[in-house]
Design a protein around this ligand. Structure first.
Ligand SMILES: [Zn+2]
Length: 250
């Protein structure tokens, strides 16, 4: 099962790379087929096997030898790790799939946020709906679809999004500049849908703590803008993985 989840994660990671390269350029994610950006040769299927092809080709195009950015390999590996960890912790495969897809899309969103300083709604909203959909299957056995859970986690999503709207208003007023993007509000909602209110708030707190590190480093270099989506996502994933060990009372 772990090997299966890992492979599925690698394959999905390969798809995430397509999203990362094409969505910010507003290109279709289906056509044309993958090709080398330098020599334009089409990538053959056996050159396109996630992780393995990159290692086999030593990170170079099979035709012209141009370097393929290491980011491709990293995204595939991290996506594989996300799937493997979540499959290990999930009560059933439907829940595991929805949660894995949601976190993996947040990974793509984070990379795009870092690279392009933008956060495409298409990926952000897909991550949210995958997370919300997961609530339907959060039951010990996949014998029935849990609509009560969907309402419960939908409520958490709404609560966290509302909290962020308020926080944005207060921060923007206090700092006298636009703080927290609309994208962050959707990510907060996704965390609510994936984790519930209590753990969702904790995830935001952990994300804020993580974001302090580079914020302090960058401040010295005179850069104020730090992408928040990667830290929120990382906070969410950490809390998801360790949530059973976190609350000692209750
Ligand atoms: Zn090439």
């Amino acid at each position: 099962m772990i090997a299966f989840a890992l492979f599925l994660g690698f394959v999905f990671g390969s798809f995430l790379n397509v999203l990362i390269v094409r969505i910010p350029k507003e290109q279709s994610i289906i056509r044309p087929a993958s090709h080398c950006p330098v020599c334009k040769n089409r990538v053959k299927w056996y050159h396109n096997i996630p992780v393995f092809s990159y290692l086999f080709l030593k990170g170079r195009c099979a035709y012209c030898g141009v370097r393929i950015p290491l980011m491709y390999l990293i995204v595939e590996l991290v996506s594989g790790a996300i799937f493997a960890v979540i499959f290990m912790k999930s009560p059933n495969i439907f829940y595991a799939l929805c949660v894995s897809v949601s976190f993996a899309l947040l990974l793509a969103l984070s990379v795009i946020d870092i690279k392009y300083k933008e956060v495409p709604d298409s990926i952000n909203l897909s991550a949210f709906f995958a997370g919300l959909f997961a609530a339907l299957f959060y039951a010990p056995m996949p014998t029935f679809i849990n609509f009560i859970n969907l309402l419960e986690y939908g409520k958490s999503a709404f609560l966290l999004a509302g909290f962020f709207v308020m926080l944005r208003f207060i921060l923007s007023y206090a700092l006298k500049k636009e703080s927290l993007g609309e994208a962050d509000i959707i990510v907060a909602a996704t965390l609510g849908a994936l984790l519930g209110s209590q753990n969702g708030f904790l995830a935001i707190f952990v994300g804020a703590l993580l974001s302090l590190i580079p914020a302090l480093v960058y401040r010295k270099k005179g850069i104020n803008e730090v992408a928040f989506v990667p830290f929120l996502s990382a906070g969410g994933f950490l809390v998801f993985v360790f949530k059973e060990h976190l609350w000692f009372m209750g």
